[in-house]
Design a protein around this ligand. Structure first.
Ligand SMILES: [Cu+2]
Length: 143
């Protein structure tokens, strides 16, 4: 098994990896969804609409899996959406997610009010302490 330090380094690398994956992700199942490693958990994220759109709220669904790729139930899960390096009025709105089915948590955030670089910061606790997974993506202004 990896030590915690190694896992944390991998989590940071995986966050960068999620950037490209999110931009490419369309519809489809969880196999297409960007994923971030956080400790022993894998966090996957989907939005509806997908991709998210400027001028609309998005419903965010998060799947949490353990090291054996099993769904993790009964976690506390929330997220914030904000633009890194750009203050917005909705930065501190925390959306609590409800478990919709085994290990899949959903909720709807505020409108994405402008194009540019956004982050969805998922916070979760599955009983082993608070953890975070960041998903970075770019929203295009509508044509
Ligand atoms: Cu902004």
């Amino acid at each position: 098994m990896r030590g915690f330090g190694a896992a944390a380094r991998i989590a940071r690398i995986a966050t960068v990896g999620a950037l490209a994956a999110f931009a490419l992700s369309g519809c489809g199942g969880w196999s297409d969804a960007p994923r971030v490693q956080a400790g022993e958990h894998t966090v996957m994220l989907k939005t509806s609409p997908s991709p998210a759109e400027v001028g609309r709220a998005a419903t965010v669904s998060v799947a949490i899996r353990d090291a054996e790729d099993r769904s993790v139930r009964a976690c506390g899960v929330s997220y914030r959406q904000f633009m890194p390096g750009h203050e917005m009025s909705t930065d501190d709105v925390v959306i609590q997610l409800e478990e919709q089915r085994s290990g899949v948590y959903s909720g709807t955030g505020p409108e994405f009010s402008m194009g540019g670089d956004w982050r969805i910061e998922v916070s979760f606790d599955c009983g082993s302490g608070p953890q975070q997974a960041n998903f970075d993506f770019t929203l295009e202004w509508p044509e």
